[in-house]
Structures are given as structure tokens and as C-alpha cells.
Design a protein around this ligand. Sequence first.
Ligand code: CA
Length: 438
Amino acid sequence: MSDPGGSSLNLMRFSYRLLLIGCVSACAPMLPEPQVNLPTPQPQPQAGAPVTTPPPAPQTPPLAAYDQQGFEGWKQGFLARKGGARRADYARELEGLTPDPTVIRLDRNQPEFSKPAGAYVQNAVTPVRIAQAKQRIDRVPWSVVQRFGVPSEILVGVWAQESAFGQVQGDYDVIRSLATLAYDGRRRDWAEGQLKDALDIVVDGRRERAGLKGSWAGAMGQTQFMPDNYLRLGVDQDGDGKVDIWRDDADALASAANLLAQAGWKRGQGWGYEVTLPSGFDYAEAEGPKHNWAYWAAKGVRLAQGGTPNGAEALEEATILLPQGANGPAFLALPNHYVIRRYNNSVSYALAIGLTADGIMGKPGLTKAWPNDPSMTRDQRIGAQRALTQLGYDTQGVDGVIGSNTRAALRRWQIANGRIADGYLTPALADELIRRTN
Ligand code: CA
């Protein structure tokens, strides 16, 4: 995952969502995702996020390893660059601050293994999680659903993924975390922008400093909003004059609904459907150009549970997704699937939200099982990208992140080699590609 493309609605969350089986995908963003315009946050190791699993934690370097003098130098530069008329206010909030070595360690943590989509989804969408979500469905104010047009089931699904319904929010001092990331410099511009927004939240009296808590990467509250999104999209649903996404469920849920509405949520439509593909389906069409339901139906695509999309959905341009290749479940992804990905640009994340919502509504589970593919090492991912590029199928970079560019390159290689062109990289296929170039 490379640096954030920085676009509007994203929560500027970073990639490498470290996936801990059994945990909630709460928390923190971190490394900006490459290949995507809307960087997604990377949750902390406790987060039950998409695709990756944390490597063994390295030793945290002693605080002394970080140069306080260097930090002070960065601070003066930041105040000069961003302080403006508020320089004295910012200086007061940053007084006596030290960098947090834990934040630097977590930010540099590169996940070693990446897990297949099914492992993430199955961990995130469990009967227990759905039961917990059902119990909380009434916590979504009806006025929020009416105003923003996002169903309560989707909002509760987001709530579950982001913070386990508010139970896992992170307890880091957001200003210290962001100052540390800015000082460390890997993503300085982004971190300084977020830090300025965090300081404004405090200076303007929107939130007291002691309450500005979040993940190590600065994602705050039940919605895990970065400071810019808090300022831009936060909603004071209960009308007490504060946007309290930490303790007030209604404020948090309304803010999440506002983010999705601003990202283009289409009222009256779902996120998508599990589908079955006919034998002879051209897998190269998956994740390719979008088409309406009539097109897909003519190709022999059927909803796995029978029936058809509703009238509005049928008119939408939709994609076929194969998150785990031709052997796994297939999905028709409607525009709202991509809206959910404005929250966190991960197919697995968006599927988890959608399938949680389906479960709350009592829809049956998937008809096709997720294949039990092994995790892939970073060496395998990088090796496969390097091999494809060397073989003439450019992956647009070798970063160990299997994104749409890598999948497109792999599809071209699969077509040229008479394979099923599902663009899905397994560890065995990665090994084969690596062998071919050795
Ligand atoms: Ca409020």
C-alpha cells in the first residue's frame, strides 16, 4: 500500500489492516493504500480487518532512540507551515509532547501474511456478530435512516466492523499519534493535515483534548473517523451542540450515514447479491466493465437465491466480483458496494458489511463455500508481481499489495497461458510464476 491518493470522502485510513482472527475490525488506519484513490485506514492489530495478518511484533525501540531534538525541529517547522493565525494555539497544545515509539513501530509494521477474502469475511460475519447487530438495530434513529437514506442494517454493520459497536475505539492521544506520524515523515503531508484538523477540533472547543482519543493512526470514536472527516461529515444528531462520535451512539451512526450518503449511497438499493455463473462463463469479464442486469442475465448469470434484483438495481451498472477466484463465491456488486468502499477500500470489508446487513434482515447465507486457500507470504506476493512484470504483464509496481492492477496483469497472463482468467493469485500460482522467471 502506497500513499494516499487523497480524495474526498475517504477516511484516510491506511492499508495493511492487520487482521486478527477473532477480533473486531475496529481501530486504526495506517499505511495508505497504494493503487487506490481512497486510502483506507489500517486498523490496529486488534482490528479484524481485511486481508492481512500481523507479523510477530518487533521490539519497541526505547524512547531514547527517537531524537527529541529532531522532534522539536519538526514541531517548529509544522508551526511555521501550518500555524498561521493559530500558531500560538497549536504551540500550546503541542507543548511538552514527545513522539510515541509505539506509533512508529505499528506504522512500520509490514504484515507478512495476507489472508484470502473468505477468511476475513467468515471471521467478520458470524452468527454471534449478527445476533449482536440485531440487538442494536433499534439504536439507529429512524430520523437518521430517513434523512440519509442508508438502511439501519448497513449502519449497524459498519458500527460492528469499525469498533465492535463502540467497544473497541482505541485509547491513543490522537494529537500525539498524528504528531508522531508527521515527525516520522513517511506520510508527512497527510499526517500534518490531519494533525492541523485535530488541533482545530480542540482549539475550537468541539472536543476537549483529553477526550480526543482514537486508534494509533488517529481514527477516532465509534466510527473511526479521521479528524478531517470528523470536521466535514460529523453530525450532531442529538442536538446537544457537540459531535460526540465517542460516547453518543446517535451522533456516531448519523455521522457514518452522512459519510455514506455523501459518497453517493443510492436509496432503495442493496449492496449486491451472491450470484451463480454458468459453465463457460468468461472469467475475464469479472471485475471488468460494468453492465446492467439484463446484460449479465443474458450471459447466464443468476442470483444464487433465485429471483431478480429490484427494478432500480436492475438498471444499475454492476460488476461481477470473484474475491477468491473461480472456485469461490461470485457476487454482483451494485453501486452501493462501492459506496461502502469509500469507508474502507477493501472488497472484503465491503462484503462483510453487506453480508452482515443481509444476516440482520434474515436473508440466508452464501450458497457457495469459501475455498480454504492458505495465506500468502509477502515474498510470494512481491515475487509474483515481479515475475508477472518480467514476463511482460506489468503489475504497475511491486509493492506486495495485490490490487486491481496486479489482478489485471494476472488475468492477461492467465489468458495467454490457457488458464481460467479469474485474476486470483494463490500461493501455488505465485510459486509457479516465481519459478518461471528463475
Ligand atoms: Ca451530539
